[in-house]
Design a protein around this ligand. Structure first.
Ligand SMILES: [Zn+2]
Length: 256
């Protein structure tokens, strides 16, 4: 029998029973079990893991555990300087794009608001989400850790927060999304780029009072809706601005 000692760091502890959080504990492992197999058997989806140290050395998921191994497991995107060490994945996905599961429609719309291409359909089942993620190189967003254990999913995020705005803040912080955000560049309904439109072009498609008061419009080629900087836009702007502030200085508007 092989016994290894495990310790999980930071938010990976959320997946563990309270007695196992934030400390070393020994665990019997199946013969020839890999690190990945054991991490998932203990309840932590492999997509949440960024770095594994066995006896102080970084290793990949396929490392076979030996008796007496000490395993430290660090979360994905944890703000640790681990550059000299080997991460379990060769590189982050170049373009940050998402596919959200059927329960995260609100989060999907808010990610689109900040310019992140996010596929969402409340008819997607787990198999489709897995296939889309593999085919299009998308990061899977879900609250279902079982989904993230599917073999071909390499990049995923298990969302902890319950409400869309809190989920958005969580994902922004964990994936460091501020730098690449392009607010108001995508249609919230269609996930396609908006383009600027002149007042002549949108005349007849917006109320006359809106046409009088506003000069800047944008439109979605897919749903043909027209957007302008009205009161709804200002509320969205306040949310986006609070996300763009450096960590810790944001005054969060009430979730809604
Ligand atoms: Zn649209």
């Amino acid at each position: 029998m092989v016994t290894a000692t495990f310790r999980f760091y930071e938010e990976l502890n959320d997946f563990l029973p309270p007695a196992m959080r934030g400390r070393d504990w020994s665990c019997p492992c199946a013969r020839a079990a890999t690190v990945k197999h054991m991490i998932e058997a203990l309840g932590v989806p492999h997509t949440e893991v960024e770095l594994i140290l066995v006896n102080g050395q970084s290793c990949g998921f396929d490392r076979v555990l030996a008796d007496g191994d000490r395993v430290s497991v660090y979360p994905t995107f944890e703000a640790l300087d681990v550059t000299p060490l080997l991460r379990v994945r060769p590189a982050p996905l170049r373009v940050t794009r998402f596919v959200a599961d059927a329960h995260l429609g609100g989060l999907a719309a808010l990610l689109r608001l900040t310019g992140y291409d996010t596929l969402y359909d409340n008819h997607f089942d787990d198999r489709e989400i897995e296939a889309i993620a593999a085919r299009e190189g998308r990061i899977v967003l879900t609250r279902d850790r079982e989904l993230l254990k599917r073999g071909s999913i390499t990049h995923g995020c298990c969302v902890r927060a319950l409400k869309p705005q809190a989920q958005l803040r969580e994902i922004f912080a964990r994936l460091d999304l501020r730098r690449q955000a392009r607010p108001f560049s995508l249609c919230l309904s269609c996930n396609v780029p908006l383009r600027a439109a002149s007042s002549d072009e949108v005349a007849g498609r917006v109320p006359p009072a809106v046409l009088e008061r506003h000069e800047r419009f944008s439109t979605c080629e897919a749903c043909r809706r027209v957007f302008w900087e009205g009161s709804h836009w200002r509320r969205m702007r306040a949310l986006v601005d609070s996300l763009m502030l450096p960590e810790g200085t944001a005054s969060a508007p009430a979730d809604g």
